[in-house]
Structures are given as C-alpha cells and as structure tokens.
Design a protein around this ligand. Structure first.
Ligand code: MG
Length: 321
C-alpha cells in the first residue's frame, strides 16, 4: 500500500462516494481563505452544489468561535454557497446547544467573542463576561477582600477566541473554576490562525483554553473538532452515521483527527493550514497521537473533486463511443 496520505484519484473518489452519504466540510482553508475569509477557493461553491445534487447530505462544520450560525449562513449566501442554515455547524452554536440539551439553568462566564453570547441568548442561556472585564485597582487586594466582582449564579465557564483576553479575565475564570461543580467548556483547541502571505501566524483559541486549563488545573470539555460532540449532535438530529461520513479539512489536529477518531473517512486539502509534508511527517513520528492525524487521502483543493468527477463522466462518454 502507498504511504499515507494517498493522492486521491478518480477511482478512489468514485469508490469513496459509493460508501458515504454525508460530507462534513470545514470552512476556513477549505471553502474560503484570507484574513477576512472572503477569498473563495475557486469552484468551491460548485463542489457543494454538485455533492448535494448527487444526493449527499452536506454540512459545513467550523471551529471558528467568533461567528454564529446566522453569521456563517449570511456569509455563505453572500459568497454564493447553496446551503441551509441548519446545515451550518459552528463551535459557538454547538456549545450553546449543548448547554440547552443538558438543561443548564445557571449563568455562563464567557471568555470569548460576542458570537458565543449571541448563540447562548438564542438558546435561552444566560451569560456574562464578553468585553474587557477589567478589575479595578489591585487584583491581589480584590481577591483577598472577595471583591473580584464574581456573580454567584455562574455555573459554567465557556472559552473561545477572545481578543479582549486579559489577566483579569483569566483570574475571574480560574476563580469560578475553583468550584468543582462549575462546568468548564471550550469551543475549540486550535492553536494557530494562518495569516495568508506571511510565514507568521496568530495564536488561536486553543492557547487561551490552555492558559485557563493550566491555571485552574482542570481540563476543558471541548465542543469543536476533534471532539466527538459535533458528531453526537449530527447523529441525534440527522441520523448521520460515521462510517458513511467523509470529513474534508485543512487542519490535521482538528479536522483529520476528528474524522479518524470518530470512525469517519478523512481527506486533507492543501489550501489551508497543513502541507503535504506536514501530513507525511506524521507517518515518520513514532507517536500514536500524531498518527491519528494522518488523512487517508489528500487533494490539492476541494475543487479537484469536480475535475475527478468530470474525468469519470468524460471517460464514460468516450467508452460509449
Ligand atoms: Mg480550516
């Protein structure tokens, strides 16, 4: 067998499409790119429409915690993607829906963007904490005197990407989490945002999650990929079956790990975070955790699906004549 990941060819795509009825597409780095995420990967809209026309259920699954399901739906409309609102699964949406499903009645302290608060509000969950959240004067004195401004009704801390992250917010989050009954949830643990056109990157939500985990000596329950929470939701709501589901993503530690760990098929595209060399290096590392991030196949771009499908069609036409 070829070493993994294998370059996907016409036959392997045909075979795979015969096995699956559901496709989970990551967004950033798969369907679109760029600082604003508005540079559509060429023909990505066509890919979504084509897969749907073949009878496949298509979901857009993103770990981006700074957008709501509504935001993402509007963006899809603007960029010309034909998707239903319900088929867009954002980490902030999953987090709010999770709290709703467990009938969470207390307040949530959010270390994250307004999108998380919006999703909670839509789900009927009360929350506080969005914004700078400064603690006036000496934090040492505030803690000693019990004047950190904590809300006694908080029963969960939820962490996502937060540009307003500060030492003050870290202190409040950790102090809430000192109560073992306080839930600790995170939207995602991605560690970097690629900045197109530079070799540099920005720290992502996972870095903030790790800071709070380290400071509280607790581990967050993660909602986004690679956690199976999204799959559980899709199974419960839409009857999605992992063995009939393909994950297409650009990030090894989230998308591909999610696919592999949940018993789904996985394809890496090279239009985002991971390079082919990154994927191949995983095979060389003698680390079981890293080996779970190796995709079965790779494609240069999601648009190669169209090229491969069209080559099947053309081939059939040629064979008939
Ligand atoms: Mg991505």
């Amino acid at each position: 067998m070829d070493s993994l990941p294998m370059s996907m060819d016409r036959d392997s795509l045909q075979q795979l499409l015969g096995e699956i009825d559901t496709i989970l597409l990551d967004c950033d780095g798969v369907l679109w790119q760029g600082a604003q995420g508005t540079d559509v990967v060429p023909r990505a809209q066509e890919v979504v429409s084509r897969l749907k026309s073949m009878g496949k259920k298509v979901f857009l699954v993103t770990n981006n915690s700074t957008v709501t399901q509504d935001d993402c739906y509007r963006k899809c409309n603007t960029l010309g993607f034909s998707v239903e609102r319900e088929s867009i699964i954002c980490a902030s949406f999953v987090l709010a829906q999770y709290l709703k499903e467990i009938n969470f009645q207390k307040k949530v302290y959010v270390v994250g963007a307004a999108a998380i608060a919006q999703e909670m509000q839509d789900a009927g969950i009360r929350c506080i904490g969005v914004g700078p959240e400064r603690i006036g004067g000496s934090i040492y004195a505030a803690l000693a005197e019990g004047k950190l401004g904590l809300d006694p009704d908080v029963g969960a801390v939820a962490v996502g990407f937060d540009r307003e992250f500060s030492y003050d917010k870290l202190v409040r989050a950790v102090t809430y989490l000192a109560n073992p009954e306080c839930l600790f949830l995170a939207t995602n643990t991605d560690e970097k945002y690629i900045v197109t056109g530079t070799p540099l990157h920005l720290p992502a939500a996972g870095i903030l999650v790790r800071a709070i985990e380290k400071a509280s000596s607790r581990q967050a329950q993660v909602m986004g990929k690679p956690s199976p929470t999204i799959l559980y939701m899709l199974q419960a709501r839409y009857g999605v079956q992992p063995q009939k589901t393909l994950v297409i993503g650009d990030t090894l530690a989230s998308d591909i790990m999610f696919g592999n760990e949940c018993g789904m098929w996985s394809v890496l595209v090279l239009t985002g975070v991971a390079t082919l060399q990154d994927a191949r290096n995983l095979s060389l590392a003698n680390d079981p955790l890293l080996q779970k991030q190796i995709p079965l196949f790779y494609l240069e771009s999601v648009a190669d699906i169209l090229t491969l499908l069209d080559s099947v069609t053309n081939n059939n036409v040629n064979e008939e004549h």
